[in-house]
Design a protein. Structure first.
Length: 197
């Protein structure tokens, strides 16, 4: 789906070698963080699948379901989504109108990249706001020792779940920002450096 290299190497840039090195190092760190979050989310999914199967077997074969399984699954979905979203944004696999973008990129590459950059920057703003507004709630939940879940079956600290949202939204906002800057810079380069496909 991605039309441009993830590492930002479009070629034809005029930035000094030191700036390119810093940019490449920053991109590598961001890539490691997003990939790490996605890997944790994947392991989490596998663990949930094992738990769900064990719960079903215990419920049907032994009439002994694992207490708290539905609650754990419902609480885990939020954490998994926010762990994996940043890597999805990095790989350009989030939902978007590819047919429209392909049409514009073929006919007006600069316009297409500008639209893509605007899309990414709007995403950065929205998820930055989400992280900014959720962080105080996470701190408040930590101070008050709040818990969510079903008492007697499964409870987890509210701050932990909100913290995952803050972490995931922050990483996603930074990744959107990096993608958007890459697209905008691509519109400012000479015609030979703009890739329409």
């Amino acid at each position: 789906m991605s039309r441009h290299p993830v590492d930002g190497g479009d070629g034809g840039g005029e930035s000094p070698p030191s700036a390119r090195r810093i940019g490449a190092a920053t991109d590598r760190w961001l890539g490691a963080l997003t990939a790490g979050g996605s890997a944790i989310g994947t392991v989490w999914i596998v663990a949930l699948m094992v738990l769900i199967n064990a719960d079903v077997i215990g419920r049907v074969a032994l009439n002994r379901p694992i207490a708290g399984t539905p609650e754990l699954v419902s609480l885990s979905i939020v954490g998994i989504v926010f762990l994996q979203l940043p890597d999805a944004a990095r790989r350009r696999s989030l939902t978007r109108s590819e047919s429209l973008m392909d049409f514009v990129l073929r006919r007006r590459p600069r316009v297409g990249r500008a639209i893509g950059g605007l899309y990414e920057l709007v995403g950065a703003v929205l998820f930055g706001i989400l992280a900014w507004t959720t962080f105080p709630q996470a701190v408040k939940a930590w101070i008050r020792s709040e818990f969510i879940g079903n008492p007697g079956l499964l409870t987890v600290p509210t701050w932990a779940l909100l913290g995952l949202i803050v972490l995931g939204a922050t990483l996603l906002a930074v990744q959107f920002l990096a993608n958007g800057c890459r697209e905008i810079v691509g519109t400012l380069r000479p015609a030979g450096g703009v890739h329409g496909s």
